[in-house]
Design a protein around this ligand. Structure first.
Ligand SMILES: O=C(O)CCC(=O)C(=O)O
Ligand SMILES: [Fe+2]
Length: 249
């Protein structure tokens, strides 16, 4: 485990264990972070599915939302999705760095065999080069899908604003990819359905089986957003998805 800490120190410099650690020079991320507040959860039923709850503090969530707003992508009500390939906005690059750093810190601190990302994903450069921001009004969600195979393994989603339940459904053999945002996978036989609560500021990491053999879906129609027997209150929700395009040689 010391190795992980040493790597972390080498890459990001020394960091204290105090609550007042300041990370990233960028003004978006110059807010102080509370390291203790975030907690990693491995979803037992699904290999390769990890959550980091409170990955972003409320202040950081606000900073991220205002950086997204400043892009001017969602000035019209009809606009609910923005995609970027290649050079990502500075705030998305910073967010990617923050994800890498959080994983490294966790690896350095824990004794677990399983890790949120394999070293080959964690150390690839860039970690991510494709971005989607989705904005959902109450009642709107996303159909069950596996992300397109032109994206590499290791996908991150940061969930903002409204809490929601994302359902994962196991798929026979993984299936082919279809349009990630609109169509359902055909002819697949659900084996198991696992609900996962995404509170605001949660990071989702999907790799391996979670990325290739499970569909993910957010159904925000009445009756589907139930957690602990209580229907969640819905507000506008924003999510940031980060992925890496597969290399074409
Ligand atoms: O909004 C979300 O949390 C999920 C987004 C997603 O799955 C995607 O863009 O592929
Ligand atoms: Fe997806």
């Amino acid at each position: 485990m010391e190795d992980g800490k040493q790597i972390l120190r080498a890459v990001f410099g020394d960091s204290s264990d105090s609550e007042d650690e300041t990370c990233f020079s960028c003004e978006l991320y110059s807010l102080r972070r509370t390291r203790e507040a975030s907690s990693w959860v491995r979803i037992q039923e699904i290999n390769g599915l990890w959550l980091c709850r409170n990955f972003l503090s409320p202040e950081r969530q606000r900073s991220l939302l205002s950086a997204i707003e400043s892009e001017g992508w969602f000035t019209e009500a009809s606009h609910n999705q923005a995609m970027r390939f290649g050079d990502l906005p500075i705030w998305a690059i910073e967010l990617s760095g923050f994800i890498r750093k959080a994983v490294l810190e966790f690896i350095g601190d824990c004794n677990m065999e399983e890790r949120p990302l394999t070293p080959s994903i964690l150390w690839r450069e860039p970690l991510f080069n494709q971005l989607i921001v989705n904005v959902y009004q109450p009642g709107e969600g996303i159909c069950g899908h596996i992300d397109l195979l032109r994206f590499d393994d290791g996908i991150a989603i940061v969930s903002l604003e409204s809490a929601c339940v994302m359902h994962f459904t196991q798929v026979d053999g993984g299936g082919d990819c279809v349009d990630e945002n609109v169509q359902k996978l055909k002819e697949d036989r659900p084996i198991q359905k696992v609900p996962v609560l995404l509170s605001p500021g949660t990071l989702v990491l999907m790799s391996g089986e979670a990325r290739y053999n499970w569909k993910h879906e957010i159904n925000r129609k009445q009756g589907f957003q139930v957690w602990d027997g209580v229907e969640l209150e819905q507000e506008k929700r924003t999510s940031v998805t980060l992925r890496k395009l597969c290399q074409v040689d």
